[in-house]
Design a protein around this ligand. Structure first.
Ligand code: B4P
Length: 190
């Protein structure tokens, strides 16, 4: 199985590059952001709780996202592999993911981290906020809070995969296609 973690700050292009990887490898896309937005649009209790945190630029509790991912892994037992987009975002989530995959005789193949500076991130997210209706993209203060949450809680996850020799960093600035070419050179070497 090819199991990839696509990593990077909010707006780095994880969702964008995930879609290209899915087309190329037929992987199952597991985006915790999309799953949470799905819960919000269905008006579930989980969605209502998550929306409050997401609108403030905070992470939702580990147990919630780990539970969602665990259900999706169980529901896709015959998959060729998975692309984890926006997950894991904390070291506790990374440890839980390793355990879930291990219980199925699987492991993460690689983490690919998109590197983009804060100014460009803010610019991209505000631009997306104009069309997407995403409330967490509309407010510069919330965007800065999300970037701070990333630096405080998510960036340490990179070390988790560095220690396993599974980490590769890719510059996330340039055309979407040229970034994808660089990512492809990493996946083809696996
Ligand atoms: P996510 O939905 O994961 O989204 P994101 O980090 O905002 O964006 P992404 O990096 O996917 O950006 P995209 O490709 O779309 O998270 C939203 C919230 O959900 C979090 O803040 C948190 O509250 C919660 N959450 C999710 N997962 C969680 C977890 N595991 N634990 C706890 N909480 C969790 O790109 C952004 C924009 O840039 C797009 O408009 C795109 O077109 C543009 N773009 C992409 N590549 C570009 C390029 N090369 N050049 C120019 N623009 C580009």
């Amino acid at each position: 199985m090819l199991n990839l973690v696509l990593f990077g700050p909010p707006g780095a292009g994880k969702g964008t590059q995930s879609h290209k990887l899915i087309e190329k490898y037929g992987l199952i896309h597991l985006s915790t952001g999309d799953l949470l937005r799905g819960e919000i649009s269905q008006g579930t209790a989980l969605g209502l709780e998550a929306k409050k945190l997401m609108d403030e630029g905070m992470l939702v509790p580990d147990a919630v996202v780990i539970g969602m991912i665990s259900n999706k892994l169980d529901a896709n037992r015959d998959a060729e592999g998975f692309i984890f987009d926006g997950f894991p975002r904390t070291v506790a989530q990374a440890e839980a993911l390793d355990d879930l995959l291990k219980s199925k005789g699987e492991a993460i193949s690689a983490m690919i981290a998109l590197e983009v500076d804060d100014e460009e991130l803010e610019h991209r997210l505000l631009l997306r906020g104009r069309d997407s209706g995403r409330t967490d993209d509309a407010n510069p203060e919330v965007i800065r809070k999300r970037i701070k949450e990333y630096n405080d809680k998510t960036d340490p996850v990179a070390n988790f995969y560095k220690h396993q020799n599974k980490f590769t960093s890719v510059i996330g600035i340039g055309s979407k296609d040229s970034i994808f070419d660089t990512i492809s050179s990493v996946t083809e070497a696996l």
